[in-house]
Design a binder for this molecule. Structure first.
Ligand code: ATP
Ligand code: MG
Length: 793
């Protein structure tokens, strides 16, 4: 029994209670998945507010995803009668955006600066490389992008980067040119948001003092995944009087590849002089079998701070394991399970399908799409990434800021206006020479093309004038007509879909205006009867979330706030991953394991559990990489509350090629007692073949070679794989009973096809068949009574 009968604190266990009510000093909450870290963080903010220790403006909380910050704001709004819209709660990027909107002048940015999402950044980089007449083969745009982002995340401007050869010298020049281009266009990329904020805080003592005094409490969730720049950024905002609470789990550190440093936890303890370290060991999320699986798996990692998780919830259902013959079959199986769960009463939004790589989602998406099951993709950039939506956004961005060259190039000749590649090249040359934007350079281009450019500028100008003072919805509707986009898609064969998406953009804007509460009071959410922290997703009940993804902080000098249009465009860039089109619908959730961090679902499918995929091939060669993959798997497992499915497939179409896969080594690291195999477990196939396969992989042999033609993209159902699906159960037994002495994984020689590896064996005697993967000739099904196969090893 705890001394306090404050309803906010009711139901917390003693360690959670201690953490929530700590004195205002630096503290570290170190605990495993589902132990209530995020809940503690949220409850602490509520408690600080409720007890009058801080005002809503005196706290900053950093979450890892937009979804998490929304959830936190929703929970807070439900716990306390405060207006959460003004609170500094958001992702690092979201908070930087808020800061720079208020201090754009000091940060040397145009007031209406726009944010480049990753796709925009890449095309901006490409333009720079082209403008410098460099070879895209030598300076691969993606790598250049990584280099620039990586430099920024290390706090390095072009001048600070240490050059060690000609190539890196050139990279730095590209970085500089890219940066100049961004300045000219008034745009910032994600990394720039962070670095610009950091530098301004570092270099402006008055501003720094102001914020350091203002924030009495800073709380950071998922601290194990902060990178160097984020850590330095935090140090800028935390003053001598600021109590910083960091919350994290070293076992869930999954961004080392992007520069995250678990070492930040040790640095934090030392540099912030941490007074209180609290560990939470009781898991409230998952049933016993799921937790056993998670504990067992992560026990295979060596570098751990060492924590344990226990639950009082009982074992629950076993963890289900499914083997499929192909990715197509896997998707079909998932579909059936989803439908069964739904019939049994589970909400679709409580079902999540996780995958290691984005590319895996397409087959599943396609199956869901064809079965008309509503789904949502996180991090897949679905809605805002569609070409027509990007075109429309580009027009809007030009209305807001005509010097945005990326947007200019995107739509200057879309729909076509007789502006050809030559004209555009002249325009870009002129802009480069004068150091001005494309918009400003149209006068320098002569001829018919030049006249058309002038006409285009006039069109944008008139759109701006005609929409002055209109509502966001009206602005978008006007732009859709005036730009010619709607007319253009009317004439297109498959334009109907695209027009629908454009109309959906109006809907998204409408929803945005309601949610952000422009001119309206924030909408109060009802308190869920289960008490604090148990708020049902408001959107599912048809209620808009009363949360602000985009901040409306007034300009520090003028008090001006962003126009609804500017706010909407920011929102579109920051939340490109969220599919607004389906907000409010009860939809199955699809996402990568990375973006599932911090979330929880009743039922979770972890798909594609195959060597090379998960663990990922890039990470398999070194111990650190493998440990990071294992932590990723730990994150995936611990998302599930009631039911967990693990699934793998023998073949998979990836990047237009069929690949043969063996099941992930992670299966060998799970407690057999917690598992239930839905398809018969096949001992022989897993271990023996896996070894041979890995050996082959390391030798670089053709085992993993191309065997199928590329599947067309789009929404056609993927073609069934060329080979007949073989029940796994038959494979191991066949080898023993068939009498031919061959085994799966064995190297063989065929007089016509050359050397290959046996992938599948089935049937007996006269009927015995083998599927052999011949490097150059691909996979063949062979009747063993006819084909002469000689073992080669
Ligand atoms: P992760 O590491 O995955 O981010 P976490 O440690 O942040 O997990 P939470 O998401 O805060 O964990 O909590 C997991 C679940 O347990 C949530 O549904 C939360 O509401 C519930 N929970 C936490 N503490 C308690 C408690 N004392 N009583 C009941 N439920 C709790
Ligand atoms: Mg959490």
């Amino acid at each position: 029994a705890l001394p306090d009968d404050n309803p906010l604190l009711r139901g917390l266990n003693p360690e959670q209670y201690a953490a929530v009510t700590l004195p205002p000093q630096a503290s570290l909450i170190l605990a495993g998945a589902g132990s209530g870290k995020t809940r503690v963080l949220t409850t602490r903010i509520a408690w600080l507010l409720q007890t009058g220790q801080i005002s809503p403006g005196g706290v900053m909380a950093v979450t890892f995803t937009n979804k998490a910050s929304k959830e936190m704001l929703t929970r807070l709004g439900a716990m306390l009668p405060v207006n959460v819209r003004g609170m500094w709660i958001g992702t690092f990027h979201g908070l930087c955006n808020r800061f720079l909107r208020a201090h754009w002048k000091q940060a040397n940015l145009p007031q209406s600066f726009q944010i480049l999402d990753n796709g925009d950044t890449l095309s901006a980089v490409k333009r720079v490389i082209k403008g410098m007449n460099l070879d895209e083969e030598r300076f691969v745009p993606k790598q250049v992008h990584w280099f620039i982002a990586g430099s920024k995340e290390d706090g390095l401007r072009p001048n600070d980067v240490v050059v060690h050869d000609g190539q890196s010298q050139k990279m730095v020049e590209i970085y500089q040119a890219y940066q100049d281009q961004c300045e000219r266009e008034g745009v910032v990329d994600f990394a720039e948001l962070m670095l610009r904020t950091y530098e301004l805080m570092r270099d402006d003592p008055l501003l720094r003092e102001h914020y350091q005094r203002r924030f009495r409490h800073i709380l950071v969730d998922e601290f194990q995944d902060t990178n160097k720049l984020q850590y330095a950024w935090l140090k800028m905002f935390a003053g001598p009087q600021t109590a910083v609470m960091a919350v994290g789990d070293d076992d869930q550190s999954i961004y080392a590849f992007r520069g995250a440093q678990v070492g930040n936890m040790a640095d934090f303890e030392r540099e912030f002089r941490v007074q209180h370290v609290i560990k939470l060991e009781r898991n409230y999320r998952s049933f016993g079998n799921i937790l056993d699986a998670a504990n067992h798996l992560i026990g295979h990692n060596s570098r751990r701070l060492g924590k344990n998780l226990r639950t009082e919830a009982g074992p629950g259902e076993p963890v289900r394991v499914q083997e499929s013959a192909s990715d197509f079959n896997e998707a079909q199986w998932i579909l059936e399970e989803l439908q069964q769960l739904h019939r049994a009463g589970m909400h679709r939004r409580e079902m999540a399908i996780l995958y290691r790589s984005n590319a895996q989602s397409r087959v599943i998406e396609s199956a869901l799409f064809n079965a008309s099951i509503p789904y949502r993709v996180y991090g897949g950039l679905r809605f805002f990434e569609r070409a027509e939506v990007k075109h429309a956004l580009a027009y809007l961005r030009l209305i807001e800021n005509c010097n945005d060259d990326t947007s200019y190039l995107r739509v200057v000749n879309f729909p076509t206006r007789g502006i050809g590649a030559r004209t555009l090249e002249q325009l870009q040359d002129a802009a480069r020479q004068s150091g001005r934007s494309l918009w400003q350079s149209v006068g320098a281009v002569g001829g018919k093309g030049g006249a058309n450019l002038v006409a285009f500028n006039a069109l944008v100008d008139s759109m701006r004038n005609e929409t002055h003072g209109l509502t966001l919805r009206e602005i978008i509707e006007h732009m859709l007509q005036r730009s010619g986009l709607i007319d253009f898609y009317r004439t297109e064969k498959e334009g109907a879909d695209r027009i629908e998406n454009l109309e959906e953009l109006v809907t998204a804007a409408e929803a945005f205006v309601t949610q952000e509460g422009f001119g309206k009071d924030a909408i109060a959410l009802p308190v869920d009867e289960h008490g604090p922290g148990q708020i049902a997703d408001g959107s599912a009940a048809g209620l808009p979330n009363a949360v602000a993804a985009v901040d409306m902080t007034p300009d520090a000098e003028t008090g001006e706030i962003m126009s609804p249009l500017a706010a909407f465009l920011t929102h579109a860039a920051l939340e490109a991953g969220d599919n607004q089109a389906q907000a409010g619908q009860d939809a199955v959730q699809l996402m990568t394991v990375h973006s599932a961090k911090g979330l929880e679902f009743d039922a979770v499918f972890i798909t594609g559990l195959e060597e090379g995929l998960f663990p990922h091939e890039n990470a398999m060669s070194d111990a650190d990489g493998l440990e990071e993959e294992r932590r990723l798997m730990y994150v995936a497992i611990t998302r599930a509350r009631q039911r967990l499915y693990l699934s793998f497939s023998q073949t998979r179409m990836l990047h237009g090629q069929t690949k043969y896969h063996v099941k992930s080594r992670f299966f060998d690291e799970l407690p057999e007692t917690a598992l239930k195999w839905l398809t018969p477990r096949n001992q022989g196939f897993g271990s023996g073949f896996a070894r041979d396969y890995q050996a082959a992989w390391q030798r670089g042999s053709g085992l993993n070679s191309v065997v199928g033609a590329g599947r067309s993209s789009g929404w056609n159902p993927p073609a069934a794989p060329a080979m007949p699906p073989v029940p796994a159960s038959m494979q191991a037994s066949a080898a023993k009973a068939a009498g031919h002495g061959l085994r799966v994984g064995q190297g063989v020689f065929h007089t016509k096809f050359g050397e290959g590896v046996i992938v599948t064996l089935e049937g007996k005697g006269e009927d015995a068949r083998a599927q052999v993967n011949f490097g150059r000739h691909g996979p063949k099904w062979l009747a063993l009574s006819v084909a002469k196969l000689t073992p080669v090893d």
